[in-house]
Design a protein around this ligand. Structure first.
Ligand code: FE2
Length: 154
């Protein structure tokens, strides 16, 4: 949306990253099957990387005069990634497809912010979001490779 401010956008990103951080723990805890040891550790690596981006987004928002959401309720209300309470008994493949789908949602959210911060000449936010997206693109490619296919065209 052309009138959206970078501050409002960053707060939506903070909510999204905060919720996704918890959601990756759900997969870390509930994933089952032959790939358990590898995937359990991989999800930990993912949420550790995500929490760095989450903190970076919130601190950038503070730097430009915003007030980051900081409660779980705010994350639920404003995240573009939604909770999935019923995901606990899915197969490994089904669970990973949902994870990659959430990463694609995060990628699209980052793309939106890259365009917005560019339009509004906020170079530092733009640079931060590009670096975050580079990581997310890599995760998406690797998850699709693990699932035995190429990433869908974007
Ligand atoms: Fe753990």
């Amino acid at each position: 949306m052309a009138t959206e401010s970078v501050k409002d956008y960053l707060n939506e990103l903070v909510a999204t990253q905060g919720l996704f951080y918890i959601k990756l723990h759900q997969v870390h805890w509930y994933i089952k099957g032959h790939g358990f040891f590898e995937l359990h550790e991989k999800m930990e690596e993912y949420y550790d990387e995500l929490t760095e981006h989450f903190d970076e987004s919130a601190e950038r928002l503070l730097q430009i005069g915003g007030m980051p959401y900081s409660t779980l309720q705010e994350y639920i209300d404003h995240s573009v990634i939604k909770e999935s309470p019923d995901n606990k008994n899915l197969s490994q493949e089904e669970m990973l497809k949902l994870v990659v789908g959430d990463y694609e949602t995060l990628r699209d959210e980052l793309s939106k912010g890259i365009d917005l911060s560019d339009e509004q000449n906020d170079d530092v936010t733009n640079d931060m979001l590009i670096a975050q997206k580079a990581h997310v693109d890599q995760v998406i490619w690797m998850l699709w490779a693990f699932l035995g296919t190429n990433p869908p065209k974007v």
